[in-house]
Design a protein around this ligand. Structure first.
Ligand code: NAP
Ligand code: GCO
Length: 264
């Protein structure tokens, strides 16, 4: 049986992938044979990312681009297609969070989270899909969240964006499945990255952050996820092994969504 998980000859764009989840997913796609392209908002981060990929034995192509800027994204995709090749796999990973109680959150802050976490996946997908259609197909993977399904205090904008991203995933699947484009989501649980570092800070008395303790009690796996836990699921959704999977959100959460939580 040919290796359905082989990505040799595929060009994969992972947005916001200088570090964190994006870097881990790109590394896994590279291990499966893909050519890696990534962007970040600052040249210095792109340079650091290229060096980090090189240290991992990966020759990655880095581009400076703010994914919320449609003209910049269109220009980046045209440059990638000219310099590297038509994009076969798009991972909409770039994202931000602002943890502010809703009544204290400005509309500007709310809009900024929606812009990066929801508008940008629309903008980047819109730029990449024409090339996929011409090439006869492609894969889009949107990085969703527990907050695509659940809410909690202080993350109203983020939950609204990630809930919207779940439905954008289903709509791209619906609208472009006829062109052999599969669009799915990955919903990570709580992953140890810079984005969640404030939730894991060791307390002055040396104890775990209350939120850290909370998440461990809510996770059957009784641990935070590592970014590397997302690599295999990403390779599956980027490969021909998932050609009949479309519009699905694959939760990689250690069982959080299945579990009522450990009794205190
Ligand atoms: P992270 O460590 O904060 O990394 C986010 C990346 O996105 C950074 O490289 C950042 O670049 C980039 N980025 C932000 N805004 C951008 C923009 N406008 N244009 C281009 N790049 C931009 O986050 P992470 O934990 O790796 O999360 C990655 C994705 O997974 C996000 O979509 C997040 O919502 C999602 N997620 C995370 C978790 C978790 O527990 N960590 C769980 C579920 C889902 P800069 O450094 O320049 O800002
Ligand atoms: C938070 C966390 C979460 C994670 C992730 C969970 O403040 O609750 O940042 O939102 O980032 O999205 O899946």
């Amino acid at each position: 049986m040919n290796n359905q998980f082989d990505l040799t000859g595929k060009v994969a764009l992972v947005t916001g992938a200088s570090y964190g989840i994006g870097f881990a997913i790109a590394s896994a796609l590279a291990d499966a044979g893909a050519v890696i392209v990534f962007n970040d908002i600052k040249q210095e981060l792109v340079d650091k990312g290229v060096a980090a990929y090189k240290e991992a034995g990966i020759t990655a192509h880095g581009y400076v681009c703010d994914v919320t800027d449609e003209d910049a994204v269109q220009a980046m995709v045209a440059k990638i297609e000219a310099e590297v090749g038509v994009i076969d796999v798009l991972v909409n990973n770039a994202g931000i969070i602002k943890r502010i109680p809703m009544l204290e959150m400005s509309a500007k802050d709310f809009r900024q989270v929606i812009d990066v976490d929801l508008n940008a996946p629309f903008i980047v997908s819109k730029a990449v899909i024409p090339g996929m259609m011409k090439k006869g197909g492609g894969k889009i993977i949107n990085i969703c969240s527990m907050m695509s399904e659940l809410g909690r205090e202080t993350v109203s904008a983020y939950a609204a964006a990630k809930g919207g991203l779940k439905m954008l995933t289903k709509n791209i699947a619906s609208e472009y499945g006829q062109y052999n484009i599969q669009c799915n989501g990955i919903g990570p649980g709580y992953i140890a990255t810079p984005q969640t570092a404030p939730l894991r800070e060791v307390q002055p008395d040396g104890s775990k952050h209350p939120f850290d303790q909370f998440i461990l009690a809510k996770t059957p796996a009784n641990r935070w996820g590592e970014a590397s836990d997302l690599g295999g699921p990403a390779v599956f959704l980027a490969s021909s092994a998932s050609d009949f999977v479309n519009g699905h959100i694959l939760y990689v959460d250690g069982g959080i969504l299945a579990y009522i939580g450990k009794q205190p």
